[in-house]
Unconditional design. Structure first.
Length: 170
């Protein structure tokens, strides 16, 4: 297309990496989750994948940031995160969706989604024996009965409707 003396051409761009990985690097799927579900699941991913993450960080430290040297360890972290998300989706999908929908609507402010978070934490404990613990904190905010940020009225309302609908099913 020509606009006056300027030529504007269109290039087709394909988002694929044409460089193949070394044969000793195992293939791994992408996590396939957006930021809200990852934030919602971050504590359980952090807890369950800690050994893999520690190995990855140690490798990066030992190899001066080691991009290629630490691909195996990084892929182990990714596989672990995928495994955790599959477990959450299998046992607590509705509660997980309730919480990450709130995070999405509240611009990822966790303090605004305390009601849905407590429902998710209860499900994770009952089904996966996961107890949320914020590292390095003496008093856990999510267990506080009267926190400064108690969640929005919308989160409380949606969570109450969710629990009421669940009771009606049972």
């Amino acid at each position: 297309m020509v606009l006056g003396d300027l030529f504007i051409g269109r290039l087709e761009w394909e988002n694929t990496d044409k460089n193949s990985l070394p044969k000793d690097i195992p293939e791994v799927n992408e996590v396939g989750a957006t930021s809200a579900p990852l934030l919602s699941a971050s504590y359980i991913i952090g807890d369950k994948c800690k050994p893999f993450n520690d190995d990855f960080m140690m490798c990066k430290s030992e190899n001066n940031g080691g991009t290629l040297e630490c691909l195996k360890e990084g892929r182990r972290v990714t596989r672990c995160a995928i495994s955790v998300l599959k477990d959450i989706n299998k046992y607590c999908f509705d509660e997980f969706k309730l919480h990450y929908d709130c995070l999405e609507q509240e611009n990822h402010r966790t303090g605004h989604c305390r009601s849905s978070e407590s429902v998710l934490n209860k499900c994770l404990f009952q089904n996966l024996q996961f107890e949320k613990k914020v590292p390095g904190v003496e008093k856990q905010i999510h267990l506080n009965q009267s926190p400064i940020y108690q969640g929005t009225s919308k989160d409380k309302k949606v969570t109450a409707e969710f629990l009421k609908a669940r009771e009606a099913k049972e």
